[in-house]
Every structure is written in structure tokens, then in C-alpha cells.
Design a binder for this molecule. Structure first.
Ligand SMILES: C=C(O[C@@H]1C=C(C(=O)O)C=C[C@H]1O)C(=O)O
Length: 100
């Protein structure tokens, strides 16, 4: 079987109907990709700090999870981003301390 790959034009890649809109979208997507890389890096940094806290608490005889603190974190995200912020924070907490 032979596979032929044809490069897509910027207009095809973006769904725009004009070259002007395609260029704007292409540039803006580049900025979004850069932001996503930074966000992922920040989440990884948060995971590492959260692990330090959890290990210190467990080593001291405590539990991995502290629900009162998690309520504060959830409230922080909800206040800033509304209901979807709560869902985002719940996913982030799961990344940081696993499923409970
Ligand atoms: C990091 C902590 O430990 C756990 C992880 C949390 C987090 O990642 O924000 C919050 C509460 C705890 O369940 C903490 O107590 O601050």
C-alpha cells in the first residue's frame, strides 16, 4: 500500500475562509501552544511541590489527603473561573495526589 501525504494549506489547517483570517489564527494558535507548554510546566511544578507536602505529612504519621485544604483550593478556582473552575481544580488535585 502506498500513502501519499499532501501538505495542507494554512487555510485548510485553520478552517478559515480567507488568507488574512488563516494567518491570524495560525499566529494565535502558536501563542496558545506556547501558553499550553507553560501551563503544563506549571502543573508539573505544582505536582512536585504537592508530593513533597504529602510525603512530609505521611512521614510525620499523618494522612496523604487533607480535605479541608482541598476545599480551599477548589474554592479558589471556583471563585476565579466559576463552575468549570471547580472541575479543573478537581482534575488538578487528582494529578497531584492520585484518586481518592
Ligand atoms: C499538598 C497538600 O496535600 C494534598 C494535596 C493538595 C494539593 O495538591 O493542593 C491539597 C491537599 C492535600 O489533599 C496540602 O495539604 O497542601
Amino acid at each position: 500500500m502506498t500513502t501519499t501525504t499532501t501538505a495542507k494549506t494554512l487555510t485548510e489547517q485553520t478552517g478559515a475562509r480567507t488568507d488574512e483570517a488563516a494567518t491570524l489564527i495560525g499566529d494565535a494558535r502558536g501563542r496558545i501552544d506556547a501558553l499550553d507548554d507553560r501551563i503544563i510546566g506549571l502543573i508539573q511544578e505544582r505536582m512536585a511541590i504537592s508530593t513533597v507536602i504529602q510525603e512530609a505529612r505521611i512521614s510525620s504519621g499523618g494522612r496523604r489527603v487533607n480535605l479541608a485544604r482541598e476545599m480551599e483550593v477548589l474554592g479558589h478556582y471556583r471563585d476565579a473561573l466559576g463552575k468549570p473552575g471547580t472541575a479543573l481544580a478537581m482534575t488538578m488535585l487528582e494529578l497531584c495526589r492520585g484518586r481518592i
